[in-house]
Design a protein around this ligand. Structure first.
Ligand code: SF4
Length: 331
């Protein structure tokens, strides 16, 4: 029985690796074309935002602030403006705080241990694990919503229930994580002590053909990609899925498909999130990062909601309220 399971896990890995090889999206922070810092920026930007939407923001951001030291020296207003419409703009200020710690305490190089990473401002378990795996090439199970969904469906035949990650889910992720060939890590890029590094010049735009990364990193990325593009929450494309022959969830007839949501999907129109976004957008588009009260009131006719949103943006340090009710981006 144990032998059968091991064989099946091995088959699943081989299929996923082969699929990843042919289908991985060519995102600019993949395949060793950026620094560990660049990987961290991509991960922070991708939280709650689709990766494909992140690409132009990440590209501009890394051109302006290629490392932690340059971001640490940027003003808050600049950073909030560059964050554009990525959403959840507090992340921009937290990233700047993180940059200050990395440049001040770690000599502008991302720390190499999980504990040091997770202690950085704004960096949680997922981002620390992702950087350890994708940037430093360490063997660690990365667990995000997509990975939880795929693992649960394929190996357990049930939907992942959402909410906090359970110890059983962590154990499952750890138990199927492939071992790494020690040679793979050293064959990586030329980065600042990590797996990845700038290749420079014309090559920077192209996926390096000889690129190899540890099996564990490829496994984590492959699962995540499969969950984002094939094994989606509501409409898994089982017909084209490379794991279909081994998927217990498919075998069971997709029981309770999509049931997991513990929180109903929030509508966006009319929410405080939308109004906050509109206020920040008006500030970004204003000439000096400042708008009058009259202009503010054009953003939302519901004064109570408007003032609530202004107060919460003020609390988050994303704007400054003038005595006359005008608003400006922070210095
Ligand atoms: S077969 Fe269907 S449910 Fe199973 S992993 Fe593939 S897409 Fe997901």
């Amino acid at each position: 029985m144990e032998d059968n399971r091991a064989e099946s896990v091995e088959q699943i890995r081989l299929r996923l690796f082969s699929w990843w090889e042919r289908n991985a999206r060519d995102l600019p922070w993949r395949f060793g074309r950026t620094t560990p810092w660049g990987v961290l920026v991509s991960e922070v930007m991708s939280q709650q935002t689709q990766m494909s939407r992140v690409v132009p923001y990440w590209t501009d951001w890394m051109e302006t602030w290629p490392d932690a030291a340059s971001l640490a020296g940027a003003g808050k207003a600049e950073v909030i403006t560059a964050w554009g419409r990525l959403g959840y703009p507090r992340r921009a200020l937290r990233l700047r705080e993180c940059a200050k710690v990395v440049s001040g305490e770690y000599d502008d190089r991302l720390p190499r241990t999980y504990q040091e990473l997770v202690d950085l401002p704004g960096i949680g378990d997922y981002t620390a694990s992702a950087v350890m795996s994708f940037a430093h090439g360490e063997r660690i199970a990365v667990i995000d919503t997509n990975i939880r969904r795929v693992l649960s469906r394929v190996f357990l035949g049930i939907e992942s229930l959402g909410g906090s990650t359970t110890s059983a889910e962590r154990e499952l992720a750890r138990s199927v994580l492939p071992e790494d060939d020690p040679q793979a890590r050293s064959s990586g890029g030329t980065g600042d002590g990590g797996l990845v590094g700038r290749l420079g010049g014309a090559d920077e735009q192209a996926r390096p053909t000889a690129w190899r990364e540890p099996a564990s990193a490829e496994w984590n990325q492959g699962l995540m990609e499969l969950g984002a593009t094939v094994c989606t929450a509501r409409k898994p494309a089982c017909r084209i899925c490379p794991l279909a022959d081994h998927c217990r969830f498919l075998e069971a007839g997709l029981p309770d498909l999509g049931m997991k949501r513990t929180r109903p999907r929030q509508r966006f129109a009319g929410t405080n999130r939308q109004v906050r976004g509109k206020i920040l957008q008006a500030l970004r588009q204003s000439e000096k990062g400042r708008i009058s009260r009259v202009r503010v009131e054009e953003v939302c006719q519901d004064r109570i909601q408007l003032d609530l949103c202004i107060a919460s943006l003020d609390e988050d340090g994303l704007l400054v309220i003038g005595k006359d009710g005008s608003l400006k981006l922070p210095e």
